[in-house]
Ligand binder design. Structure first.
Ligand code: G1P
Length: 297
């Protein structure tokens, strides 16, 4: 029987320079999509997939994240007094069990693989998930849950995967596909950020992983790879050379790259339109905007 996946690592040490000046004072994971910080979407997805322990790999300047996950008893009390039960419920839905969150510092920005390796002692010898909060995925069944269900059948390691335009492969880890079974593919190899001409396919890794603990051992030995950084992709590819399986899963859902400004704006529109309390007013505004644009052309 395969072990259940109950631990997830959230690499949140990046400085978010693409969002300066906002990220001068606010970690990018606290930036809000509609009314919830990015990190809340990642946490909710992890909870839905059965994750019980949440490990944040942080860096200097990220203390707002720790504050965010504290309970807020005074605020709760004042909302209760005022009878604002709906807001109170929203607030309480962000509360985490005591001891469920751990914070580890990544002291040097040596890459995603290094960030994950920093959490190795908290993972020990269990399969674990990794969620990159920049990748926000709107889905009926949350992406990590889809993966956990598939993983229960396959074992091995698994990455979320999505077709991208060939000229965008240099922004992603890219899969070399061995056997394409539809929603699942088995993998021969993985390359981090290949030039379009060298990419083994256009099936890209998206920021959701379920990994066997041997990946952490591989990371012990990893030298710097693409961009001079220690790459998680390389440590997963190492699994294949040691005879262990790696799968890609084409998830059902829409992914937004909230690490880029355009992606963040697109996510804001999509999540705004998905909200019953905002849809009509927001849609009216968008219609007005496109009519104005059309008239100006
Ligand atoms: C990271 C991974 C890459 C993956 C991407 C998905 O890259 O290294 O393999 O395809 O996330 O968003 P980053 O975007 O952090 O450069």
């Amino acid at each position: 029987m395969k072990r259940k996946v109950t631990k997830a690592i959230f690499p949140v040490a990046g400085q978010g320079t693409r969002f300066l000046p906002a990220t001068k004072a606010v970690p990018k994971e606290i930036m809000t999509l509609v009314d919830r910080p990015l990190i809340q979407y990642a946490i909710d997805e992890a909870r839905a997939a059965g994750i019980k322990e949440f490990i944040f790999v942080t860096s200097r300047g990220k203390s707002a994240l720790e504050d965010y996950f504290d309970h807020a008893p005074q605020l709760e009390q004042s909302l209760r007094k005022k009878g604002k039960t709906e807001l109170l419920d929203t607030l309480k839905s962000t509360n985490m069990d005591s001891g469920a969150i751990a914070y580890i510092r990544q002291h040097q920005a040596l890459g995603l693989g290094h960030a994950v390796w920093c959490a190795r002692r908290l993972i020990a010898n269990e399969p674990f998930a990794v969620i990159l909060p920049d990748d926000v995925i709107a889905a009926e069944k949350p992406c990590l849950q889809q993966m956990v269900e598939a993983y229960e059948e396959t074992g091995g390691s698994m990455v979320a995967a999505m077709e991208v335009p060939q000229d965008k492969t240099s922004s992603y880890g890219v899969l070399d596909v061995k056997d394409d079974m539809g929603s699942l593919v088995s993998v021969n190899g993985m390359v981090e950020k290949p030039a379009a001409a060298d990419a083994p396919s256009n099936l890209a890794v998206i920021g959701r992983y379920i990994l066997t603990p041997t990946v952490l051992q591989n990371l012990n030995k990893m030298k710097s790879g693409a961009g001079g950084e220690i790459q998680l992709t390389d440590a997963i590819a190492q699994e294949l050379t040691e005879g262990r399986d790696v799968f890609g899963m084409r998830f059902r859902g829409q992914r937004f790259d909230c690490g880029s400004k355009a992606g963040f704006l697109q996510a804001t529109v999509a999540f705004g339109l998905a909200r019953d309390d905002l849809r009509d007013e927001f849609m009216g505004f968008l219609d007005e905007m496109s009519a104005l644009r059309a008239a100006a052309q």
